[in-house]
Write a protein that binds this ligand. Structure first.
Ligand code: SF4
Length: 234
């Protein structure tokens, strides 16, 4: 094996990696799916949702940002990690207001698809029923904060790809929410529906208007195959 290639072991399977790759990048290339929510293929990794947590030599690490190194022994598909991820996803459901049966993104939502993939049937924690606002002020895009999981994708996309900084977080803890760079609402910003920030939301929190329900239920991306199937089929 050349020094430009290293070997890591995930769930007992040896896979190659290259220096500079994260564990997730090496796993993806080898067809090993690690669940994730805040990660997006076209954006710098955020490392904030923790759904992609694996155990590296026994210690929990966010695989989207943790570098692959020679000889790492990594646990990914284990009952305790699956349970940990399931609890994280469950918290998103009880901390927001997610109406999957009527949401126009149902079947394409990564939160919903990840919950299915992890086997979450119904939350075991009490629903918090927070009061959130919908911002429909923009002619082409709306924000439904009930469905925001604070993944930060829109922030990274607007900053790193669009060069606009339309989005940001305000508040802390349970009061943390997605905000826009304007005095009142999204309609006052320079966002357009062609912006990367308009396409990367993993849920129905940022949606382009007048394109919902184009694909009927039952024929959508995750109606057909579980999330992560594209990686596992490599
Ligand atoms: S609006 Fe969407 S992309 Fe932005 S933080 Fe919320 S869930 Fe993530």
């Amino acid at each position: 094996m050349s020094k430009d290639t290293l070997t890591i072991t995930i769930d007992g399977k040896k896979i190659p990696a290259t220096p500079g790759q994260t564990i997730m990048q090496a796993a993806d290339a080898a067809g090993v799916y690690i669940p994730r929510l805040c990660w997006h293929k076209d954006l710098p990794a955020g490392g904030n949702c923790r759904v992609c947590t694996v155990k590296v030599n026994g210690r929990p690490q966010a695989s989207c940002v943790f570098p692959a190194e020679e000889g790492q022994i990594i646990d990914n598909d284990t009952p305790d990690l699956k349970d940990f991820r399931c609890r994280l996803v469950e918290m998103h459901f009880v901390e927001g207001n997610h109406y999957c049966p009527s949401c126009e993104v149902s079947g394409e939502c990564e939160l919903q698809a990840t919950a299915y993939r992890l086997g979450m049937i119904t939350p075991t924690l009490p629903y918090m029923r927070p009061k959130h606002t919908v911002d429909a002020s923009h002619p082409d895009v709306y924000i439904d904060r009930d469905r925001c999981i604070l993944c930060g994708r829109c922030i990274r996309a607007s900053q790193e790809v669009d060069g606009k900084s339309v989005f940001g977080f305000v508040g802390r803890g349970a009061k943390k929410k997605i905000a826009v760079n304007a005095e009142h609402n999204l309609g006052e910003t320079d966002m357009t529906k062609a912006d990367k920030a308009a396409e990367v939301c993993p849920t129905g929190a940022i949606v382009i208007k007048r394109q919902g329900y184009r694909i009927p239920y039952g024929q959508r991306k995750y109606d057909k195959k579980p999330i992560g199937s594209d990686i596992e089929q490599k």
